[in-house]
Design a protein around this ligand. Structure first.
Ligand code: PMP
Length: 353
C-alpha cells in the first residue's frame, strides 16, 4: 500500500475470491462454476469476424442482449440493467441506495460487507437463526437497503416468495435487493414481483447456471426508475463495461436457454446424489437449492477436510468465520467429479470403498 491511498480505503479489508489455481489441475468445486461448457451456439458465435471487431467499442446500451433477456424474463428492455458480472451491480446498488444504512445476514456472500465498508455505509448484521435460516421478522421494517441472497450463500437455503414479499412490503421506503446468483438450481425467482413493487431489485448472473463466469455478465430486473439509477452510475463510471464478445455470447446463451436449464436439472440430480452419499458418511448437510452444498462432519474439522481434499487434488471452499468454520462449501460438479469427490472423502475418513 502506498502512503498516497486515501485514509478510508487504507482501512478496507477487501474481498478474498476463492482460489483460482493456474498451475495444478484440481477437481474444482470451490467457486460454484458450472461443470458444463457454454452451448454450441455460444462457442460458434465467437467468430474471427467478431474478434476482428474488437477494435471497435461495444454497444454501451447492449440493445440485443437487453431485448433477448426481456423476452426470456417476460419483461421490457427498460426494466433490465446489464453489467460486468453481478458483483458490479451489487457495487452500484450499495453506492446508490446505502445512504440510510444496509441490512444483511451475518452469514451470507462476503462481498456485501466489503461494499458497505467501501462506501462508509452503516450496517445492521442480522444473525441467521440457529438452523441457518433467515430471520424474516428482523428484516421487516428496516427502512434501509436490505440485501438477501436467495438462495443464500454459502448455506444454499431458500426463502419463499411469500417471505420475500413480506420483507418488500414492510420496507416501502428503501430498496430490497434479492441476489439470485443461484436461483436456477431449484429456486423461485422474484423477477415477476418487480412489476408489483417499485422497491424490489432482482439481480442475476450468467456465471453459474449459464456457464459464463469468465465472460463477466450480470443483470438486474426492476422498475424502470431503479434501472435508470443504475444506468446513471454506469454512465458515470464505465459505459462500455460489457465487452463485445460477452454481448454476443450472452445473446446466444439466451437463445439456447433450454440447454442451460437442462444442465441445471442435471446439477440438481447430482446434488441429490452428493447429499445422499455425504449423509451416508455421517455428514450434516444443509438443505440446498443452489449448485453447492454446505456440509460438516463432527469427527473432522472443516479446515482439516479442506486441506486433505486439496492434498488429494479436490478444491472446496472453507470459511474461517466462527459460526461456519466446521463446514465446507462444495460446488456440485459433473456426476464423475462428484463420484471422485465422494471417493476421496471416503479415503480421507478411512472408510472402506
Ligand atoms: N452473488 C453471490 C451470492 C455469489 O456467490 C456470487 C459469486 N461469487 C456473486 C453474486 C457474483 O457473481 P458474478 O459477479 O460472477 O456475477
Amino acid at each position: 500500500m502506498s502512503r498516497f491511498l486515501n485514509d478510508r480505503l487504507q482501512k478496507i479489508e477487501s474481498y478474498t475470491p476463492g482460489e483460482q489455481p493456474q498451475d495444478k489441475k484440481y477437481i474444482k468445486l470451490n467457486t460454484n462454476e458450472s461443470p458444463y461448457p457454454p452451448s454450441e451456439g455460444v462457442i460458434k458465435a465467437i467468430t474471427e469476424a467478431e474478434i476482428k471487431d474488437l477494435r471497435l467499442y461495444c454497444d454501451p446500451e447492449c440493445k440485443k442482449l437487453k431485448n433477448a433477456l426481456a423476452e426470456c424474463y417476460n419483461t421490457e428492455p427498460k426494466n433490465i440493467f446489464l453489467s460486468n458480472g453481478s458483483d458490479d451491480i451489487l457495487n452500484f446498488s450499495f453506492m446508490a441506495y446505502g445512504q440510510s444504512g444496509a441490512a444483511f445476514p451475518d452469514i451470507t456472500y462476503g462481498f456485501y460487507s466489503v461494499f458497505a465498508e467501501l462506501y462508509g455505509i452503516e450496517t445492521e448484521i442480522i444473525p441467521l437463526k440457529e438452523d441457518f435460516t433467515i430471520d424474516i421478522g428482523r428484516f421487516c421494517g428496516q427502512n434501509k437497503l436490505v440485501v438477501i441472497a436467495n438462495p443464500n450463500a454459502p448455506t444454499g437455503i431458500e426463502l419463499s416468495l411469500d417471505e420475500i414479499e413480506k420483507i418488500v412490503i414492510s420496507n416501502p421506503d428503501s430498496i430490497v435487493l434479492i441476489d439470485e446468483a443461484y436461483v436456477d438450481f431449484g429456486g423461485t425467482s422474484c423477477a415477476e414481483l418487480t412489476k408489483k413493487y417499485k422497491n424490489l431489485l432482482c439481480v442475476g448472473t450468467f456465471s453459474k447456471s449459464r456457464s459464463m463466469a469468465g465472460a463477466r455478465l450480470g443483470f438486474a430486473i426492476a422498475s424502470k426508475e431503479i434501472i435508470a439509477d443504475l444506468e446513471k452510475i454506469k454512465y458515470s463510471t464505465n459505459p462500455y463495461n460489457i465487452n463485445r464478445l460477452t454481448q454476443v455470447a450472452g445473446v446466444k446463451a439466451i437463445e439456447e436457454n433450454d440447454y442451460y436449464m437442462d444442465n441445471c436439472k442435471k446439477i440438481c440430480d447430482t446434488r441429490e446424489y452428493t447429499v445422499k452419499e455425504l449423509e451416508a458418511l455421517g455428514f450434516e448437510v444443509l438443505p440446498s437449492k443452489a449448485n453447492f452444498v454446505f456440509a460438516k462432519r463432527d469427527k473432522i474439522s472443516g479446515e482439516k477436510l479442506y486441506l486433505k481434499l486439496k492434498e488429494n487434488g479436490v478444491l472446496v471452499r472453507h470459511f474461517t468465520a466462527e459460526r461456519i468454520k466446521d463446514f465446507n462449501r462444495i460446488t456440485i460438479g459433473s456426476r464423475e467429479e462428484m463420484e471422485m469427490f465422494i471417493k476421496t472423502v471416503k479415503e480421507i475418513l478411512g472408510e472402506k470403498i
